[in-house]
Design a protein around this ligand. Structure first.
Ligand SMILES: [Fe+2]
Length: 191
């Protein structure tokens, strides 16, 4: 580390290998794993979730991250791998969050799979943007966001957001989203 002309220390450039087909990052600094047992309170059918937990407590999603200073000016990035599955007839999803600094945006580039980015605002707007291979979703400032896998393979995306954004899970844990995504009779239902 050495000083540059600005007030920040110079960080050395780096690179990392990503397996786009498998949705994994080689040599991540951190892997967040959420299983069914981490998702209590999130699905419409708690009994169906308890059944899943009692079976083999399947992994819902994995997030691969590199350690980057959580500071203004930095960009945090991750590979998100949301596994396929249902809780009752509701599709596997991530917990979802606002950013702690709520006026910060995020970009998701979908690499594999299919589903939705479910987004909501504090004043009750709710939008489901399709996610599929080669499609990018822009999550504007102040929108909580959660991804949902409607397919039979992992929903894999690469996401980038401001270094100081932070995660606020508490509001979603308490309030949820106004809409949920189900598969009924082989068809997607958002309600
Ligand atoms: Fe985010």
């Amino acid at each position: 580390m050495m000083d540059c002309n600005c007030r920040h220390k110079i960080m050395m450039p780096w690179s990392v290998d990503i397996d786009l087909a498998d949705g994994t990052m080689r040599e991540p600094d951190r892997v967040l794993v959420r299983r069914a047992s981490d998702m209590e309170g999130y699905y419409k059918d708690p009994a169906a979730l308890r059944d899943l937990i009692g079976q083999d407590d399947p992994v819902h999603y994995e997030v691969f991250e590199k350690q980057i200073p959580e500071q203004y000016g930095q960009l945090l990035l991750c590979i998100s791998k949301l596994h396929p599955g249902r809780v009752g007839d509701e599709c596997f999803m991530t917990k979802g969050h606002y950013h702690t600094i709520s006026h910060t945006a995020e970009v998701y580039l979908c690499i594999r799979g299919q589903g939705y980015m479910l987004m909501k605002t504090a004043d009750g707007q709710c939008v489901a943007e399709p996610m599929r291979r080669n499609r990018m979703v822009y999550v504007p400032p102040c929108w909580a966001h959660r991804s949902v896998n409607t397919g039979d393979e992992p929903l894999i995306s690469f996401c980038v957001y401001p270094g100081d954004a932070g995660h606020n899970y508490g509001d979603i844990a308490q309030q949820g989203f106004p809409k949920r995504v189900f598969i009924r009779d082989g068809r997607e239902v958002i309600e």
